[in-house]
Design a protein around this ligand. Structure first.
Ligand SMILES: [Mg+2]
Length: 134
């Protein structure tokens, strides 16, 4: 099984540690056969820095950058002081395309906009963090 986690608003918005508990469990050796992915917007090098800041060892994770993915697929992207951008319709379908290509079975993300582009075989789990649940 392939399980994916977003970072912004998701793994970094987890004051009660509930999502981190799920994440850590999937990374445990007894879950052999579960491949854990990070699917997040920024370039891979930036994602690695953010994971380090969260205290997450990424050595066994598969990191997919939306920006890198869309560039590789030839989508028009532009850079700004806030980072890389693509047309919003392209951006919202990006994670669905990634989930299809990498056979992701389950993805935790805080933005519902990605859901309608998910393949039927991917379970989208809306995770909006502890603070927003209150
Ligand atoms: Mg997010």
């Amino acid at each position: 099984m392939n399980v994916a986690f977003d970072i912004h608003g998701t793994l970094d918005n987890d004051d009660d540690g509930m999502l981190r508990g799920i994440f850590d469990a999937f990374c445990e050796p007894q879950w052999e056969g579960v491949k854990v992915f990070i699917v997040s917007g920024p370039p891979v090098e930036q994602i690695k820095k953010e994971l380090e800041a969260l205290g997450i060892d990424y050595s066994d994770l598969t990191i997919i950058s939306v920006v890198d993915y869309l560039k590789r697929k030839g989508y028009y992207m532009w850079n700004t002081p806030k980072g890389w951008f693509a047309r919003s319709d392209v951006w919202w379908k990006s994670k669905g395309m990634i989930c299809e290509e990498y056979n992701i079975d389950m993805i935790f993300d805080d933005l519902i906009q990605y859901k309608k582009y998910m393949p039927e075989t991917t379970k989208f789990i809306l995770w909006q963090g502890y603070k927003r649940r209150l």
